[in-house]
Design a protein. Structure first.
Length: 456
């Protein structure tokens, strides 16, 4: 969570303390007046909402039904699109303040207080503190751009991705960037800085349509030719140490296209090809093993010579893992049916992903409510805690619980908890899943009616 302590708070506190001092001044004629310090701390929160001046469509309108302001996930008040609410009797110290119920076409904007939502506000006992949320509304979405480059002598400094000729981001030859708060319309996406020995596949620039509250995706593919002359060879070796080594070995891939199996310990494979820099990747690595150094990495093949690169892998005790795919509820999951679909793979070291869709919770646009956690594509999401048993299961050792942060289809980042039970093989009827998002006051649980949950 981004920790934000509002500057406006300190001005209010200072004024309150000055007034309190005046009341205790023996020379003050009003020292017995009723200016007693407040009981506990008081928080005022205000919201300022604006529409997009460059988006004349109805989707640029301010959220019509206002919002809900939560303090510490336990107290809430409705607040208008431009309004103020007060929470009294709060304990001194830090409090989490969050604004929810924000329409898909609106976002908390980074004005003086930053864009953090939720945020932390520090309160002083007997004083008044405040915070402000500035919400801008428009028809917005996101764009995920990735690159896939193969061949020899890849562009070492990568490329530049530009949206509509204005917003630009650097991107690696095999990498990704995400653009946020793009208007829901068609955008021109261009990639530049491509080395002379590399060729892009397909048109450049390209047109992509961004939908409100959604993240579109686009991949640029390129292939690179060797810059030098002649040919040589490359020998790739592996050196695995530790315990519980990967029993089936790995796969080495060169230039993104040529692959060979390689043994776990002190294995080797050789490739022959044009001189130059070649990308080399090691895959098929067990979850309890980690590769040291860059992967993939560049290896230089000299003309008429041989180069060698070694992947060092360290293995340990396998991490507890729970995975599953399936649904809660009976029947197929068309919109409007009380069916929840899940797909996840989570490890005790907090690696993993989780997706969840509720076909019984339909938005006005006709789409079902959904949530995704996948740190590999969205850095704002994460698995934050893992517990390797659960009292919700008849056999606690066959259960697991994990806490996570995910992004909803309405582009809100929320925290949630999942409880699962591995009650037997697929279709045995013994698997269980519970999903609970406290900030949304939402929870669903039940036996898995299809699919399988597996704890290892």
């Amino acid at each position: 969570m981004v920790r934000t302590i509002d500057r406006s708070l300190w001005a209010v506190v200072a004024a309150t303390l000055v007034a309190a001092t005046a009341c205790n001044d023996p020379q003050s004629p009003k020292r017995d007046a009723q200016f007693a310090l407040l009981d506990g701390a008081t928080l005022t929160a205000e919201v300022h909402s604006t529409g997009s001046p460059t988006d004349p469509s109805s989707t640029g309108a301010i959220d019509p039904d206002g919002y809900t302001l939560w303090v510490d996930g336990s107290q809430s008040q409705a607040i208008g699109t431009n309004g103020l609410v007060t929470f009294s009797g709060l304990a001194p110290g830090d409090h989490e303040v969050a604004l929810y119920g924000i329409a898909p076409n609106c976002n908390v904007n980074p004005v003086t207080d930053g864009s953090s939502n939720p945020r932390v506000v520090s309160l002083v006992g007997g004083a008044l503190g405040g915070t402000g949320f500035y919400v801008g509304c428009g028809s917005w979405g996101g764009l995920f751009v990735s690159t896939n480059t193969t061949g020899v002598d890849l562009d070492a400094d990568g490329y530049t991705v530009t949206v509509d000729g204005t917003a630009s981001e650097a991107i690696a030859a095999n990498g990704s960037v995400t653009f946020t708060e793009l208007y829901a319309t068609s955008h021109s996406i261009a990639i530049s800085g491509v080395a002379g020995n590399c060729t892009l596949s397909g048109p450049n620039p390209r047109t992509v349509t961004v939908s409100a509250g959604k993240t579109a995706s686009l991949t640029f593919s390129a292939s690179c030719a060797p810059t030098g002359s002649g040919s040589g060879s490359l020998t790739v070796t592996t050196n695995s140490t530790g315990s519980n080594l990967d029993p089936d070995g790995y796969t080495v891939t060169i230039d993104g296209s040529f692959s060979e199996a390689i043994a776990t310990t002190n294995g080797s494979v050789s490739f022959t090809g044009p001189a130059g820099d070649h990308p080399v990747a090691l895959s098929g690595v067990a979850s309890n093993c980690a590769v040291s150094g860059a992967n993939p990495r560049a290896a230089t093949v000299p003309a008429g010579g041989t180069d060698t690169t070694t992947f060092s892998v360290t293995c340990g005790v396998p991490q507890p893992t729970v995975s599953g795919t399936g649904q809660i509820g009976m029947g197929s999951p068309p919109p409007g049916h009380n069916v929840q679909v899940f797909d996840f793979d989570v490890r005790a070291d907090l690696a993993g992903r989780f997706t969840y869709t509720d076909y019984g919770d339909i938005h006005p646009d006709g789409n079902p409510a959904s949530l995704t956690t996948d740190p590999s594509t969205d850095a704002a999401t994460a698995i934050t805690a893992y517990r390797n048993s659960s009292g919700a299961c008849s056999d606690p050792s066959r259960g697991a619980e994990f806490d996570a942060v995910g992004r909803t289809d309405e582009n809100e980042v929320i925290s949630y908890t999942v409880i699962v039970c591995d009650g037997g093989p697929e279709a045995s009827g013994g698997d269980f899943l519970s999903f609970f998002a406290p900030s949304k006051h939402y929870g669903r649980s039940g036996m898995a009616t299809s699919g399988d949950i597996v704890k290892q």
